[in-house]
Design a protein around this ligand. Sequence first.
Ligand code: C5P
Length: 232
Amino acid sequence: MGRDVIIACDFESAEKTYAFLDNFKEEKPFLKIGMELYYAEGPSIVREIKRRGHKIFLDLKLHDIPNTVKKAMAVLSNLDVDIINLHAAGTVAMMSAALEGLTRPDGSRPLLIAVTQLTSTDQISMEEDLLIKEPIADVVMHYAAKAKEAGLDGVVCSPLEASKVHERCGKDFLTVTPGVRFADNDNGDQKRVMTPAQAKEIGSDYIVVGRPITKAEDPVAAYRRCVKEFVD
Ligand code: C5P
């Protein structure tokens, strides 16, 4: 899979999701399904979106003991999604177990990527709440290196961290980056943002774009603008 734009389908119901997807007559965008939609609708929403011909990044961020994550990944693997994720904070043992669970009898599996530190966590909350005292940039890189050591395919990270992750973990280690805004857009609650063109420049493999597309007056035009800036 090459560079691509992934639309974050942060909708509360299947009905709202399909109403959004029905705008797309020519393209079949790569979609991210997160906790809100998955917990509302269950695995049937994944099957239906897959049936409609979309690639899917299932963003459920698993984090539990290795055996539980392994078994959950085995079940999720049957949904035949393209990318799935977990928290690197679960340790190398948990990440390795996840990979085992995800791998089907024929050796195939979805790509598995790790969340390092959430972008909502800052230095102060990391130190005070998690008692991690190192600089957050070092923590992110360390988690990325541990994900690579466990055999994962990449990480979710801020576009600002993507080139450093590639330096440390290799250019084939995937960087999937949210926090993307058009130059003329409102940033909403995203603090550290990049345009699709800048994300391409610094070497992101996938950008995850939600509201700039889902809340746009013309979502198809906004999606095409992202693709033009990031992929073409
Ligand atoms: O609407 P917006 O473009 O901000 O959506 C970004 C998507 O990426 C959301 O689904 C959000 O949960 C997700 N995300 C993020 N920052 C992270 C990890 C995931 O914004 N560090």
